[in-house]
Design a protein. Structure first.
Length: 376
């Protein structure tokens, strides 16, 4: 069976579960429950722990005395029996919850006509504006998919006003659901104590990096989640082998690449994911990953290394031209080496970085969680 056929079969299974199985469970649960405004669900089907994008919200809700139910499981790690049990349990609690927080596509919340009293908040996991998503690309939602993937959303949080119309179109959202509250995940970057803590932990884990320019390579992946690839990894490693010892390279791959490149997942990776490395990073190298928008809050230089940019533009596409960003764009191994050797990442001014931040992340100012909770 080809991977294309396998992907299509999975979509049909998802359609059956979303459109038939889950609504029946929800309707039965509604008949026997009332909505409890103090009960909150944190849910995700891509991770066995609370994703970075929801951790701060979880901490705040717990501190506020909410009853928080965590439904975070990686569906790829579940047996069929475990998955069915997970879905049934979620739908029963969904029927009585006051709030549900998610940070990526999560079909169970969109599978039924939910109670109006229950509020679904989509804390989307990425900021800024670059690669196409949602209904704008078949890599996310194929044209033959039946069912509304984003139904029932009461609030979708984005990082700046420029993102609002794009999200409305890409996710088929009604007006006023998408709000430029800023992203909950970014509040921590404005916390001085957190930044100091991460710097100290980094040099404890990597004492050999002291006195060197720390370069973080944190790419996204190409292809769909069923068959992800990282086109630039081999070239980045080769380039850094030829550079002097003034550079210290750290590699953090997208979680979807874990099975393909297992050697990059170790104890240090678990202790310091890519987001925790931003305070100590001197230069970021990425491709189409939204981490560059998180990183823009620090107003520091970055390099775009996109060896497959022409193919990516034809197959998935962009909302904005990455060549307009304040960073050198390298398409080849040789261009990447020149950008590093000649320090072309210093060709941009503080004003360039400030304008980039304001345009794409301007609503992220350290108080996004307060704004989100005030809306809902």
């Amino acid at each position: 069976m080809s991977k294309g056929i396998g992907f299509r079969i999975k979509q049909y299974i998802k359609m059956f579960i979303q459109n038939k199985y889950l609504p029946a469970i929800y309707r039965k649960a509604v008949r026997n429950t009332k909505v409890d405004r103090n009960t909150v669900i944190i849910a995700d089907m891509h991770s066995d722990s609370i994703p970075y994008s929801m951790k701060a919200v979880y901490d705040r809700l717990k501190a506020d005395g909410k009853r928080v139910l965590v439904y975070c499981r990686d569906m790829n790690n579940m047996s069929y029996r475990e998955l069915v049990s997970y879905l049934k349990s979620f739908m029963k609690d969904y029927a009585a919850a006051g709030y549900v927080f998610i940070c990526s596509y999560f079909l169970p919340v969109s599978s039924c006509e939910k109670r109006e009293e229950t509020k679904v908040i989509q804390l989307w996991h990425s900021g800024g504006l670059l690669k196409k998503m949602g209904y704008d690309t078949p890599d996310d939602i194929p044209e033959y998919y039946k069912g509304n993937v984003t139904r029932n959303y009461d609030l979708v949080t984005v990082s700046s006003e420029i993102c609002v119309p794009v999200w409305e179109k890409a996710l088929h959202l009604p007006k006023r659901v998408t709000r430029a509250t800023g992203l909950a995940r970014t509040d921590v970057y404005f916390d001085d104590d957190w930044n100091i803590e991460k710097r100290e932990l980094f040099y404890k884990l990597y004492p050999e990096a002291k006195g060197k320019r720390v370069v973080l390579y944190a790419p996204s992946f190409t292809g769909n989640a069923a068959n992800p690839r990282c086109r630039g990894l081999k070239s980045v490693r080769k380039v850094f082998e030829s550079l002097d010892d003034n550079y210290f390279l750290i590699i953090r791959l997208h979680p979807n690449l874990r099975k393909k490149y297992p050697k990059y997942w170790n104890d240090k990776t678990r202790q310091m994911p890519a987001e925790d490395l931003l305070p100590v990073t001197s230069v970021l190298i990425t491709d189409y990953s939204s981490i560059l928008f998180d990183y823009s809050l620090y107003r520091k230089p970055f390099i775009l290394f996109c060896p497959d940019i022409e193919e990516f533009e034809k197959t998935r596409g962009f909302y904005v031209d990455p060549e307009t960003f304040p960073a050198p764009l390298a398409r080849t191994e040789e261009e990447l080496e020149v950008a590093l050797r000649e320090r072309k990442y210093f060709d941009y001014s503080e004003q360039d970085y400030e304008q980039f931040y304001e345009k794409y992340m301007g609503s992220c100012k350290g108080d996004s969680i307060n704004k989100i909770l005030s809306v809902v």
